[in-house]
Design a protein around this ligand. Structure first.
Ligand code: WTA
Length: 663
């Protein structure tokens, strides 16, 4: 538990009620929210079942809302059938066929739009193309594309034919791509020549080719879209251009209706071991969570232009770019590149040029833009904005206040949304027209979601200064279903910390452990303090310390490595690695060269986001007599703190001085 974070949230007492103007037009106001919460408290299964009937279009209506006979492997709406792409596209055609579904701007400024009708046609064409390659229900398709409408088209095309997609973030390296392909057993990968990011070309096809030389025996075909137009290698018989695949195919494709529990997608995320987990999401429950949460939190209206800046490679891009808003018939904005090209005004220029009404981004982006000053945002017309959002990591009150004052002109509500890859959709967030916000708090669980704070023994903690583990006490529709290929790990990781208890109805109750620590204040508002496991949150991206350690240790010069996080002004957390070399420890220029080589090596093994900020070469690591690395001590050293902890139980106390001296 981080006492420092706890102290800082305890000091925050500002409260911001929504404006009367916002409340008057809000989709959910305070009375409506109270009604929804009361309905969910009385019968949460019935609450979700009613929403599922009302909000989703089913091919076969479900009879069973929740099957918990195999808890904690819950099944929602298991006997119903539906199609996610039908729900995001077809059902809007009659009323919104010519409405813009996607507005797109490339990093170089090229703009393109798709109406719902055009999007449906493009999705259907690719779906037919995939079918012609023999892909259908039960197959996995890996998607490795730039953040683009094509990525959404690829995801929707898979959903349309019942294939399970697994999107790999374009910033991951060939090695990470290979590991994910091998774990999914995908037969097809959909990629592009490259993407534009930060003024450079991200050479996706090259990384893909490299991944395929490293393994990926299951891959039969590589579908290649053209984005950058730079020269690429095409392997005859294996690689096929997207444009060739869809040449002459029909632009209609009957959706494949699947059971609500059918896996819509797998998305890999970091945990406390070296191997990322394939989080498996369902079709019906997932789509319901993504859709209704988007409507409640973002107060979506017919004329909104909703911009979630997250890449489709992360869960936020799945739920709030590809699925949730489209299922509700909302227009989404997609921007390919980084916020600082050509300058730090890019996001605000996009808001102005396209008329963005709702802007949802990560605290790391807010902190970076905040550093570039107020001139940039003040140079653009941001008057269309009516709501702001934040996701991915705790937002510090200073960044929250800047967002509120400079972008929101002290008028717009901010929704700080807490959730995870595993939860599928937002679990805690303000409902903007229904409650006051506090800078740094994600406020309260959404209707139908039940959270608590418990101690080491699983006992709920009460009181203003009490912190503890954040747990979710009841199953919810968009929860992960399992870890792909490792159900035991699913149960152990998320439900293994506390044994199940028997509820008043005689049913087993399992606590879902989120891996975050939290504090709950006297108004029942939650303040997320950070991860309690060995997971780092670098610029809103989850990375396991073990993953970075394994990457380091795979270098021939490295004998042992320990990785910890330290606070970072913009990224939230920075990666700090302590490395023990094989042979003599290099010094001076030689050490500098090795450090650079190690950073690049981690970049190649995992991706640029995992490159350590600091690498310190040492002769040993602080270990207990039983051989356990004392990470807490390393964290203090990384922060440059004075070491006051008792180090007498260390096997090699002298090493602490050596590590600290290097700070
Ligand atoms: C953190 C991203 C505080 C948290 C949607 C969680 C947050 C992890 C918030 C999940 C928030 C996400 N306030 N912390 N609003 N949102 N987190 O799987 O530690 O990439 O467990 O999902 O990010 O990261 P993931």
């Amino acid at each position: 538990m981080s006492n420092e974070n706890l102290q800082s949230v305890l000091g925050e007492s500002r409260v911001f009620p929504p404006s009367a103007e916002f409340v008057a037009k809000a989709r959910v106001n305070a009375e409506k929210l109270a009604e929804m919460k009361a309905a969910a408290a009385a019968d949460y299964v019935g609450f979700w079942a009613d929403l599922a009937r009302k909000e989703l279009s089913w091919a076969t209506p479900f009879q069973t809302a929740l099957d918990d006979s195999k808890a904690p492997n819950y099944q929602w709406f298991p006997d119903g059938t539906l199609n996610a792409s039908y729900n995001c596209l077809d059902r809007h055609i009659a009323t919104r066929g010519d409405k813009i579904a996607i507005r797109y701007e490339g990093e170089k400024g090229d703009v393109k739009t798709w109406t719902f009708r055009q999007l449906l046609a493009d999705v259907s064409k690719l779906a037919n193309g995939l079918k012609s390659l023999g892909i259908g229900k039960g197959d996995r398709v890996v998607i490795y594309l730039p953040h683009s409408p094509e990525a959404v088209i690829a995801m929707q095309a898979c959903a349309r034919i019942g294939a399970t997609h697994s999107v790999v973030f374009g910033g991951f390296s060939a090695g990470s791509l290979k590991d994910r392909i091998d774990d999914t057993g995908a037969r097809i990968i959909i990629t592009a020549d490259g993407g534009n990011r930060g003024g450079h070309i991200v050479d996706l096809k090259k990384a893909c080719d490299e991944a395929l030389t490293l393994g990926c025996k299951s891959i039969e075909k590589v579908v290649v879209g053209i984005r950058t137009g730079h020269s690429i290698n095409m392997t005859p018989g294996r690689d096929i251009l997207w444009s060739d695949l869809i040449a002459g195919v029909s632009d209609t494709c009957e959706p494949e209706f699947v059971g609500a529990e059918h896996p819509l997608f797998l998305l890999y995320t970091s945990g406390s071991t070296g191997k990322p987990k394939g989080i498996q999401h369902s079709t019906g429950g997932y789509l319901l969570g993504a859709m209704v949460s988007a409507q409640w939190i973002f107060d979506l209206r017919e004329d909104d232009l909703f911009w979630c800046t997250a890449d489709v490679g992360w869960v936020t891009g799945h739920s709030y770019v590809c699925y949730g808003p489209l299922a509700g018939g909302t227009t989404v904005m997609i921007y390919e590149g980084v916020p600082t090209v050509p300058d730090a005004g890019r996001f605000w220029k996009i808001c102005q040029d396209h008329g963005v009404t709702i802007f949802y981004t990560a605290p790391t982006a807010i902190r970076a833009l905040m550093k570039s000053g107020e001139t940039f945002p003040n140079s653009y017309d941001l008057s269309k904005l009516r709501l702001l959002g934040s996701v991915g990591e705790p937002i510090n009150p200073e960044a929250w206040m800047w967002f509120h004052r400079v972008i929101g002109k002290e008028k717009l509500p901010i929704v700080d949304t807490w959730w995870q890859t595993e939860t599928g959709s937002t679990m805690m967030s303000p409902i903007p027209g229904a409650m006051p916000t506090k800078p740094g708090s994600c406020t309260q669980p959404l209707p139908g979601i039940f959270a608590d704070v418990v101690d080491e023994a699983g006992v709920p903690v009460e009181g203003k200064t009490a912190g503890g583990y954040l747990v979710i006490t009841k199953p919810w529709p968009s929860m992960l279903r399992t870890i792909w290929g490792d159900n035991e790990r699913y149960i152990k990781t998320y439900f293994g910390q506390f044994p199940p208890t028997t509820g008043p109805d005689g049913r087993e109750q399992w606590l879902y452990v989120a891996g975050d620590s939290t504090h709950r204040d006297e108004d029942g508002y939650y303040w997320i303090l950070g991860r309690v496991d060995d997971v780092l949150n670098v610029s809103g991206h989850r990375l396991g310390t073990m993953e970075v350690e394994s990457a380091l240790v795979s270098h021939p010069r490295v004998a042992e490595a320990a990785v910890v996080g330290r606070p970072h002004e913009i990224k939230g957390e920075a990666i700090c690695a302590f490395v023990i070399c094989k042979g003599t420890r290099p010094e001076g220029k030689e050490a500098e060269a090795l450090i650079k080589e190690l950073r690049d090596h981690v970049g190649r093994e995992i991706g640029a986001i995992a490159k350590p900020d600091d690498i310190r070469l040492a002769d040993g690591l602080p270990k207990t007599r039983s051989g356990k690395i004392m990470r807490r001590l390393l964290r203090s050293i990384a922060k440059g703190e004075e070491i006051t902890q008792d180090i007498s139980t260390l096997e090699n106390p002298a090493i602490v001085a050596q590590l600290a001296a290097k700070a």
